[in-house]
Design a protein around this ligand. Structure first.
Ligand code: GLN
Length: 305
């Protein structure tokens, strides 16, 4: 297949790198900044890769759509909607973006909404709730994933802002019980280790309506899957969502470790990895890779078939 050669060429020509590694998580600030990889998984189960696609890295905010999906599966749309809105905030990922009256976060892709979504996942206790998160994300990846405890501890050592968000959410009863549980659960979900191949399979599962392309398992219900892709489209790239939608044109989600996923419904899941970030917290070279793929393969959703 000529596809791996094409992907290698895309990596070679994705431009001079710029930007900075995330500095609010010490472990990420120390990552090798030159790592670069891309993986494309089709809904029929083919996987194509180039570059550093076996390197494991913490999933960070790319976990958000999946934990939101799990909360929706557990509680249903109405119960989740009562706690988390689906409106783009146009704000940065860590903005204190809560409705002034109800305290409801604008959407589940920013930290406030993601902490709330973690708190909604069903379970007997925090340990069981996290087991369910890890199991769900593992089924999407198609293999058993693990948590990077060093990344978890590293982020917990500097977690002041997210802790403030968790406490605000508790004060509005968006999070119930001990807000520390939702906070820890959220930081743990961000610390799950994945590589580009895992991420491409996870994105391809969303692209195929919630059915894993290789295992054939329905992991996400069709209605929930559609909702998650919709929210990724409007909110997945934070305050760069409009720019992304016009240039690339597919549902996507970025994470501060430098990972980025995109899902074109009915077609492919794509994942890239490059640690240096732009001011929005999106991978600089990742965005360029997606712009290129979208252009070359006609992936923009607004392009007539
Ligand atoms: N764990 C990170 C944080 O809360 C995730 C943010 C991100 O990836 N955008 O800061």
């Amino acid at each position: 297949s000529p596809i791996p050669d094409y992907l290698a060429e895309v990596l070679d020509n994705c431009g001079a790198d710029s930007g900075e590694r995330a500095d609010h998580i010490p472990q990420l600030a120390a990552a090798d900044p030159d790592l670069l990889g891309v993986a494309v998984a089709t809904v029929s189960g083919s996987l194509y890769t180039a570059g550093d696609t076996d390197v494991e890295v913490s999933i960070q905010s790319v976990s958000k759509p999946f934990v939101y999906a799990l909360a929706l599966c557990d509680l249903g749309t109405d119960a989740v909607d009562a706690k988390i809105d689906v409106e783009p905030s146009g704000d940065a990922f860590n903005e204190i973006s809560l409705d002034p009256r109800t305290g409801r976060p604008s959407n589940p892709m920013i930290n406030a909404g993601a902490i709330a979504a973690n708190g909604l996942v069903t379970g007997n206790d925090p340990g069981h709730r996290f087991e369910r998160v890890l199991d769900f994300v593992s089924r999407l990846a198609g293999r058993q994933l693990v948590v990077d405890e060093e990344v978890y501890e590293s982020e917990m050592s500097q977690v002041y802002r997210n802790r403030a968000l968790a406490n605000l959410l508790r004060s509005h009863d968006i999070v119930s019980g001990d807000p520390e549980d939702a906070l820890r659960g959220y930081i743990r979900q961000c610390s799950i280790l994945v590589n580009c191949k895992d991420l491409a399979m996870m994105a391809a599962t969303l692209a195929s309506g919630g059915v894993h392309p290789i295992s054939g398992e329905r992991v996400v219900g069709a209605q929930v899957n559609r909702r998650v892709l919709s929210v990724m489209t409007t909110c997945g790239m934070y305050d760069a969502a409009g720019d992304w939608m016009t240039n690339v044109g597919i549902p996507a989600k970025s994470g501060v470790s430098g990972v980025l996923i995109g899902a074109l419904p009915g077609q492919v899941g794509v994942a890239s990895f490059s640690p240096r970030l732009d001011p929005h917290g999106n991978s600089v070279r990742g965005v360029r890779i997606f712009e290129r793929l979208s252009e070359d393969m006609g992936m923009h959703m607004m392009e007539p078939p």
